[in-house]
Design a binder for this molecule. Structure first.
Ligand SMILES: Nc1ncnc2c1ncn2[C@@H]1O[C@H](COP(=O)(O)OP(=O)(O)OP(=O)(O)O)[C@@H](O)[C@H]1O
Length: 286
C-alpha cells in the first residue's frame, strides 16, 4: 500500500500551544480519522499540511513528492472541506461553483452535476437556503468534482444530526470505493469513525499518541471493569487511564494479557474509538 501523504518532524508554535515533532502517514484507499479532544492540534496540523500556515520545521510529501516541488499538481489532486464559512450566501449553488471551478485544471462539470443530484441539491438553489447538512454536502460536491484523490476534511460532522452524519459517512464510503481515493478526516466526534475509519491517528496536546489500523488498535486495547479491591500498586500501572467509583472501576489498558492474569475477576470489553480517545486524552506532555 502506497503512502499518499507523509508528514515527518512537523513542528509549529502558535501562542502558548506547540505541535511537537509530528510524524505520520496516510495510506491510499483508506479513510483515516484524525482524532483528538478540543484544542489537541487537529486544525493546526491540517492547516500546515495545506500550506495555510507556515511550519517551523518538518517535511510534508504528497504522493511521494515534497509539497513545495509540486504545488499545482497537489492542489489538483486534493479536495478540501475546512468549514462552511467560505461561501457567498447570496449566490446560487451553480454560481458559487463557477467562482471555484476555474481554480482547478481538471474540474468536471458533469461530475459536479451528478454529485448535486445524488445529494438532493439543485444548482438554482441559493446558498442561504441550505440547511447545515445540505451545506456540508455541497461543500463535498465542490471538493471532489475535480477528481481529487485525497479528500481532507476538518470536523465535517460537527453540529449535524445523526441522520445527516450517517448520510455523510455513506458518501465518504462511496468515495473511497473508487480506486486510489482516500479521505483524511478530523473529528472529536468519534462515533462516526467507529463506523467508517480504516485507520486512526490520535493527537493529544500537540503530540501523536497513536497511528494505527483501526481494528488492530481496538483489538489491542481493552476496557476493563471490576471491583476496586483488586486495584493496588501492582495492577494500577496496567491502565492507560482509570476511573474509580465508590466500589468499582473502569479503565483502558493496552496490556490485556497481564490484566487477565492479575485481575482475575475483571471484565474486559472491546473499547469504542471514543473510549480510546478519552483514555489517552490529556496524558501527553504531563
Ligand atoms: N492563531 C492562534 N494563536 C494562538 N493560539 C492558537 C491559534 N490557533 C490555535 N491556537 C491554539 O492552538 C491549540 C490547538 O488548536 P487547534 O484548533 O489546532 O485544535 P483542534 O484539535 O483542531 O481543536 P477543535 O477540536 O476544538 O477544533 C489551541 O489551544 C488553540 O487555542
Amino acid at each position: 500500500m502506497k503512502p499518499i501523504l507523509e508528514v515527518k518532524g512537523l513542528k509549529k508554535r502558535v501562542g502558548a500551544f506547540e505541535l511537537h515533532d509530528l510524524s505520520f502517514s496516510l495510506i491510499e484507499g483508506c479513510i483515516t480519522g484524525f482524532i483528538g479532544v478540543n484544542g489537541a492540534g487537529k486544525t493546526t496540523t491540517l492547516k500546515l499540511i495545506l500550506g495555510l500556515m507556515v511550519r517551523d520545521a518538518g517535511e510534508i510529501a504528497f504522493f511521494g513528492k515534497a509539497v513545495l516541488d509540486q504545488e499545482r499538481e497537489f492542489k489538483n489532486r486534493i479536495g478540501v472541506v475546512l468549514d462552511e464559512g467560505y461561501f457567498y450566501d447570496e449566490l446560487t449553488l451553480s454560481e458559487m461553483k463557477s467562482v471555484i471551478a476555474p481554480a482547478y485544471s481538471n474540474w468536471d462539470d458533469a461530475l459536479f452535476k451528478r454529485h448535486l443530484d445524488r445529494f438532493g441539491l439543485q444548482g438554482n438553489q441559493k446558498i442561504a437556503e441550505l440547511s447545515k447538512g445540505m451545506r456540508m454536502k455541497y461543500a463535498i460536491a465542490l471538493a471532489i468534482s475535480h477528481h481529487a484523490d485525497l479528500l481532507i476534511m476538518d470536523e465535517p460532522t460537527s453540529g449535524l444530526d445523526p441522520k445527516v452524519r450517517m448520510e455523510l459517512m455513506d458518501i465518504l464510503l462511496d468515495y473511497v470505493k473508487e480506486d486510489g481515493k482516500s479521505v483524511f478526516l478530523s473529528s472529536h466526534n468519534s462515533s462516526d469513525l467507529d463506523k467508517v475509519a480504516d485507520a486512526l491517528i490520535l493527537i493529544d496536546n500537540g503530540r501523536i499518541v497513536l497511528s494505527e489500523d483501526k481494528d488492530i488498535l481496538l483489538d489491542r486495547h481493552g476496557l476493563v471493569k471490576g471491583d476496586k479491591k483488586e486495584l493496588n500498586d501492582r495492577t494500577r500501572p496496567l491502565f492507560i487511564s482509570l476511573h474509580e467509583t465508590e466500589y468499582g472501576y473502569s479503565g483502558l489498558t493496552d496490556q490485556k494479557a497481564a490484566v487477565r492474569r492479575q485481575l482475575q475477576h475483571a471484565l474486559i470489553e472491546r473499547p469504542t474509538v471514543e473510549q480510546i480517545l478519552l483514555g489517552y486524552a490529556g496524558r501527553s506532555g504531563r
